[in-house]
Ligand binder design. Structure first.
Ligand code: ATP
Ligand code: SF4
Ligand code: MG
Length: 329
């Protein structure tokens, strides 16, 4: 589950503390991720929620230490099994990415190499990272495709990425990510227009793998219905900050932050198809000129004077549940 206490951090598989990522651009400093703090235990599933541009992908990339040093300012701690990703050299980071944490999805078409078959790509990963010989790697590749429930593994192994469907490509990517036996999987929602049913199936597959292999998973989704069913906890991001974090049931039963409430009213959830959707009016703030107070204030139906003047800090709502809102204080 997520928690941010000092004692808990010692046990967590992943502990992120005061993580900030800013990009130097011609127009100014883009503050994409600001003071993000959370932790995740082994075997748990965390959903990362929030509108487009709220900093979800940048956070995931920072956990992997993937941001280039050039024109990017990364500060804070990302402890994976107690080792700070930001303080390791590239070789040590690569070993963590191979053995402890893997990323799936982001851009399925660009992440797979178009000139090699799926089989060749999985085998290559196994030979390089697990030291298997080609025969052993071929056998393991077949097992991995079974694990990710590809219906015709042999055909998939012999196919080039463009020859299989988007959903199969994602399964193949998950197989590659699992090739190194990671303890944590990061799954970014595909930006390409994949069928929503296929997306939900992929998230269910992740849940199944999580249960069978004891993996920890952080996934990004816009589908709150799926998040409600498969995550243990959620963190809601707005303008680069986590504004609410909670065990998943609490978040849906008792959202404490007006932005979370708005997000739920703006999204269809399973079993609520007839309900009218109410989009959140307005747009997120410019990340180059973030306001001094609450970044949600211009859109918040409950904003008052203090919201414009002071940045709200995290206030506890219940066990494991906290929100960054003056109303919760
Ligand atoms: N290399 C970069 N240089 C400048 N700005 C960047 C860079 N990468 C990301 N950003 C900005 O950082 C902000 C957060 O981006 P991010 O990709 O994390 O959003 P997101 O929450 O994943 O959104 P989506 O749901 O659309 O995927 C956005 O405003 C984005 O434009
Ligand atoms: S701090 Fe104020 S503006 Fe921000 S979410 Fe809470 S009530 Fe709304
Ligand atoms: Mg993204």
């Amino acid at each position: 589950m997520i928690a941010a206490t000092q004692g808990h951090r010692l046990m967590a598989l992943l502990s992120v503390r005061d993580l900030s990522v800013a990009f130097e651009t011609r127009d100014g400093l883009v503050r994409a991720v600001n003071d993000v703090t959370f932790s995740l235990d082994a075997g748990k599933v965390l959903a990362l929620l929030g509108e487009s541009g709220s900093g979800k992908s940048v956070t995931l990339r920072a956990i992997l230490g993937l941001h280039p040093a050039v024109r990017t300012r990364v500060s804070g701690e990302v402890l994976l099994k107690g080792r700070d990703v930001n303080r390791l050299d590239e070789a040590a980071r690569e070993r963590l990415r191979g053995g402890v944490v893997s990323m799936v999805f982001q851009e399925p078409m660009t992440a797979l190499d178009p000139v090699y078959t799926i089989g060749e790509q999985i085998v290559e990963t196994l030979v390089q990272h697990r030291g298997l010989d080609r025969r052993g790697a071929s056998r393991r590749a077949r097992e991995l495709l079974d694990l990710v429930q590809v219906p015709s593994p042999e055909r998939c192994l012999a196919s080039y990425p463009h020859e299989i469907s988007g959903g199969m490509r994602q399964r193949a990517m998950i197989a590659i990510a699992l090739a190194c036996d990671p303890e944590l999987l990061l799954a970014d929602e595909p930006t390409t227009a994949l069928d929503v049913t296929v997306q939900a199936q992929i998230l269910w597959l992740l849940r199944d793998l999580q249960q069978r292999l004891g993996l920890a998973v952080i996934f990004v989704t816009h589908d709150l219905g799926v998040a409600a069913e498969i995550a243990d906890a959620a963190a809601v991001m707005y303008a680069g900050r986590i504004v609410e974090q909670a065990p998943i049931r609490d978040l849906f039963r008792r959202p404490a932050h007006p932005y979370t409430e708005g997000l739920m009213q703006a999204t269809v959830r399973r079993g609520q198809k007839g309900r009218a959707l109410v989009p959140i009016p307005g747009a997120p703030p410019n990340l180059i000129a973030l306001p001094a107070g609450c970044a949600f204030a211009p859109r918040c139906p409950r904003a008052y004077d203090a919201c414009l003047a002071t940045l709200p800090s995290f206030h506890p709502v219940a066990a494991g549940h906290a929100a960054r809102c003056h109303l919760v204080a």
